[in-house]
Design a protein around this ligand. Sequence first.
Ligand code: NAD
Length: 263
Amino acid sequence: MSTTRIGLIGYGQIGQAVHKMIESNADNGMEVVFVHDQFAAAVESLPGDLALADLADFESRRPDLVVEMAHPDVTRKWGTTILEKTNYMFISVTALADQEVENSIEEVTRRAGTRAFVPHGGVVGMDALLENRDVWESVDVVMKKPPHNVDCAAAGLNPDDIKEETTLYDGPTRGICPLFPRNVNTHAAIAYAGIGFDRTHSLLLVSPEWTEAIVEIHAQGQGIDLRVARTEGITGVTGASTPASIYNTVQMIGSTGPGIHLR
Ligand SMILES: NC(=O)c1ccc[n+]([C@@H]2O[C@H](COP(=O)([O-])OP(=O)(O)OC[C@H]3O[C@@H](n4cnc5c(N)ncnc54)[C@H](O)[C@@H]3O)[C@@H](O)[C@H]2O)c1
């Protein structure tokens, strides 16, 4: 069995959980060969030479797959450099709302023969959105979150001052991504899978009454009506189900282990 060598970027909530899940299954045919974070303190307790201080040295670890779990800026700065050499999965999908970033990733994968991956992450039903992307006439995303779990400062608001249900954004998905880059990856993945950033409609609401995150997706087309809603706990910017979802996609790409594999 061959082993897939994996590099991790971002060692916060999701990065740590995914690392643990990869390491906890000896049969999955995956090995973490580096972990990089912008803050050295985040990775100082890692054993041996697993921490990679300078991402520019990523090639020295010979990764087969690099997984970003940090911030969309990483893809902007490093996406094409990594893809020149190896495969790259980025979970901060809002990076794709920048048409230049999307084009440059497409271009480098063609030239270098590498592959870029976007996980479904927080999107329940991304398969259905993708498989029927030619059918949808409209796709609407409604996201409801507690104010402290959204970077409200981007809208010029202090979360403590929000006393009632407040609309932070109502418009095309292309516009919400640069405003709330850490909070609306779900919107970005829905747009990319379905009818694109300009035709997908995004609504972002906050209220101090809410303690959980809710995402509602409504896609409509000739003879088909898809409605998905999920309510879940949220810590920081991340929903409770996301770390396991990201690991699942990593293993779909990288696992070389035995067993029956769901696709
Ligand atoms: N695709 C999805 O469904 C989905 C869902 C939730 C979160 N996310 C995104 O995943 C990312 C990680 O989420 P999290 O909850 O683990 O966040 P977190 O804040 O707990 O951890 C992020 C880590 O990345 C590091 N980091 C940030 N910018 C960096 C950079 N430029 N270079 C290197 N390291 C950097 C931080 O120091 C931190 O340790 C965020 O961008 C978040 O928006 C995506």
